[in-house]
Design a protein around this ligand. Structure first.
Ligand code: FUL
Length: 701
């Protein structure tokens, strides 16, 4: 045997060994994620920052004709942003480098419409640079939002602008270090300033921007960055701006069908089981109603229960969470937002503090070739590269965690080994209670990560049953937790009929209340059914966790006379039936008179009988589209709906920025009819609008 011969035999031998090993690796089920998508997926939770011209003009979409002079933060401090984001446990920041109004937060060479012509740092500032540097320092990843639509640019809609857009992108991807994500918005074309033309310009989103070129600019300079667009190419929109992914959520889509503007929002939310491309979902949502900062939303930062629903509805459903924080006009994250971000962090840390699926006996119905490499134990070894595989043709399969004693749990976290594809189509989990299996939950997809929340169950074992899968399931990780109860002050509402309801998000929490103004505790009345609130009443309620013995903050509400017999009997304009929304005891509904009617406009309410009145309460609408909020008012009362007496008039100071409940007192007076008149409002709509109108009677403090 000559040397050549011998070498080739050795070669065959190694090839044979390789083949054997290859057989051991489960067959991939495509489409598969790229490495950059895998890296991105592990980030899970990161911040969006909407901060740009709109922050200063108090708008959501600027027209493009704004002056750079208007961009003038007084205390801008990107270190504060990074510190807050880091403390909130987020992994990176994506900033609106340019929004639809075209203003650039970096001194772009392509336009005069940028920070270089603003008073901020005398035109010497570069916000993208500052933020990129601070992210690096805080070990946060950094990404940019670049709006393709540009309502400032004179050439928008023409070929020339596309070059400008590409150039802007090039500036961003070459000058600011490593970027993890480039965000292209789907809103495109329409009316705008366009260099003074002030007209409507339509483009074809699919062809106008030359996406192939756009992607190649990104890939050339930032090969590791994922590109977000409605249907990808790397990351897709989740189909809503509520931050909620579908319970079924495939990381696959039939890409060609879900282009920007296709209107297939539900499909974006769920993905497609038979998708042609791997394009996982990113759930974007703002911590306030608007994406940009508006002082009037300072009291509307999302509550902890809402933020938790968002987290579990996104990260818990195979999506990532891009939570927006609108930086304010000072150039700081507002203290109210900071508070909620930290509350969310603390609660998540508490929920996932103690993994009960550790050092346990794990067994599986089958293990691929009985090879320990695919053993069930891999699901609790804390390593992301190992997984349990039941075997080539094993679809229906199960895995059991034996706790060895009764344990209580209410969270189940499971992950597929996605480098080889997303497979599981349906599964259940069961708990072994007194020797019998009880179904806890039944769901569809898993993907990168699925987290289930359910009522606490006491069981000695937990079983995961894969019911259907594209091929043998590959489960890489399982965690089990017993999250402490969510303790927040009860929500207190009264119906128009005077029935009071108390609610907490966690059913395992008890509610106690007092009616004498004192602080409640678990010796007070226990709330088990609705409370009759037919009289003025002061209710103080608290939530109590019998397991931990902890209390929430308490909530005190003064209810005046119920509105059972109240009726709106006159309005200057608008629908009088609709106007009953102002006395329906629901702060979320609102009514408005006709726009463009001249002020004053007024409403008259009949209280049904005479009361001794000493004030009224105006709750403006907090709907984000509302208008006609009253800023200057006159309040009158009458016993007969003929002769009216003015009891109060004046201004609701700062109501435009802070549209909270306005209480006005006056000398006690007997009356059955009340009239609220708007003399001036916060906009020029000429309308009057009201969320809720109430009175203060003499009996009530
Ligand atoms: C939308 C934009 O039009 C909004 O202004 C905001 O930037 C949001 C994240 O995307 O489509």
């Amino acid at each position: 045997m000559n040397l050549l011969h011998r070498l080739s035999l050795i070669g065959y031998f190694f090839l044979f060994i390789n083949l054997l090993q290859a057989q051991e690796i489960p067959e991939p089920v495509g489409p598969l994620p790229s490495q950059r998508q895998l890296n991105w997926q592990e980030m899970e939770y990161y911040a969006f920052i909407h901060f740009n011209m709109n922050t200063f003009t108090n708008r959501e979409w600027g027209e493009g004709g704004e002056s750079p002079e208007q961009f003038n933060p007084t205390e801008l401090d990107v270190r504060q942003w990074a510190k807050v984001v880091k403390e909130a446990g987020m992994k990176g920041i994506i900033i609106t480098a340019k929004h639809h109004d075209g203003f650039c937060l970096w001194p772009s060479e392509t336009t005069e419409h940028s920070v270089k012509n603003s008073p901020w740092k005398s035109g010497e500032g570069d916000l993208i640079k500052e933020l990129a540097e601070v992210c690096e320092e805080f070990d946060l990843k950094f990404g940019v939002y670049l709006s393709p639509w540009d309502r400032n640019h004179a050439q928008y809609g023409k070929e020339e602008y596309v070059d400008v857009f590409h150039k802007q992108l090039e500036e961003l991807v070459t000058n600011y270090g490593t970027l993890f994500e480039i965000w292209f918005d789907g809103a495109n074309g329409g009316t705008g300033y366009y260099g003074g033309a002030n007209e409507n310009r339509k483009i074809d989103h699919r062809s106008y921007y030359q996406w192939d070129k756009v992607y190649s600019i990104v890939r050339t300079h930032q090969p590791d960055a994922v590109i977000f667009g409605d249907n990808g190419p790397d990351i897709r929109w989740i189909g809503n701006e509520e931050g909620i992914a579908g319970k079924t959520n495939w990381s696959l889509i039939r890409k060609a069908e879900l282009y920007a503007g296709s209107g297939k929002h539900k499909e974006l939310q769920y993905g497609h089981v038979d998708g042609t491309h791997w394009v996982p979902g990113e759930a974007d949502v703002s911590i306030r109603p608007g994406w940009y900062y508006h002082p009037k939303e300072d009291h509307l930062v999302k509550s902890l229960p809402h933020l938790l629903d968002i987290y579990y509805g996104s990260v818990g459903r195979n999506a990532s969470l891009l939570l927006n924080i609108p930086v304010d006009r000072r150039g700081l994250i507002h203290e109210n937002d900071v508070k909620q971000l930290i509350k969310l962090r603390e609660k998540l840390d508490e929920d996932f503090e103690n993994n009960l699926a550790q050092n346990l006996e794990v067994s599986a119905s089958k293990v691929r070739n009985n090879n320990p490499k695919f053993s069930a134990k891999n699901t609790i070894d804390g390593k992301k590269g190992t997984y349990w595989s039941p075997g080539k043709n094993e679809i229906k399969s199960s895995l059991t965690l034996d706790f060895g004693k009764d344990v209580v749990f209410n969270r189940f976290l499971v992950q597929e080994y996605i480098p080889l594809g997303q497979r599981v189509k349906s599964f259940t989990i069961e708990g072994l209670v007194n020797g019998e299996w009880h179904e806890i939950d039944r769901q569809t997809t898993i993907g990168y990560k699925r987290i289930l929340r359910f009522d606490p169950i006491k069981a000695s074992a937990l079983r995961l049953n894969i019911l259907d899968s594209k091929s043998s399931p590959l489960i890489s990780n399982i965690e089990v937790y017993n999250a402490p109860a969510l303790l927040v002050a009860p929500e207190v509402t009264r119906s128009k009929k005077g029935v009071i309801t108390l609610q907490v998000p966690d059913e395992n929490v008890h509610i106690y209340y007092t009616l004498d103004g004192t602080e409640p505790n678990h010796n007070s009345y226990r709330y088990t059914e609705v409370i009759a609130g037919g009289q003025p009443i002061t209710l103080n309620a608290i939530a109590y966790d019998p397991v931990s013995g902890k209390y929430s903050e308490s909530k005190k509400v003064n209810f005046d006379i119920p509105k059972t017999k109240w009726k709106v009997i006159d309005v200057t304009s608008g629908d009088i039936e609709e106007a009953s929304k102002i006395i329906d005891e629901d702060k979320n509904t609102w009514w408005t008179a006709k726009k463009n009617k001249e002020l004053p406009q007024e409403v008259v309410v009949d209280l049904g009988k005479n009361y001794l009145l000493q004030g009224f309460i105006y709750q403006p609408s907090h709907n984000k589209w509302s208008f006609g909020t009253i800023s200057n008012y006159v309040f009158e009362v009458s016993v007969d709906n003929k002769k009216w007496i003015r009891t109060a008039s004046g201004e609701f100071g700062n109501i435009r920025n802070n549209p909270i409940e306005q209480k006005v007192s006056f000398q006690p007076i007997k009356a059955r009819y009340i009239k609220l008149k708007s003399i001036k409002n916060t906009d020029d709509s000429g309308a009057i609008s009201i969320g809720e109108l109430s009175v203060i009677t003499v009996n009530q403090k």
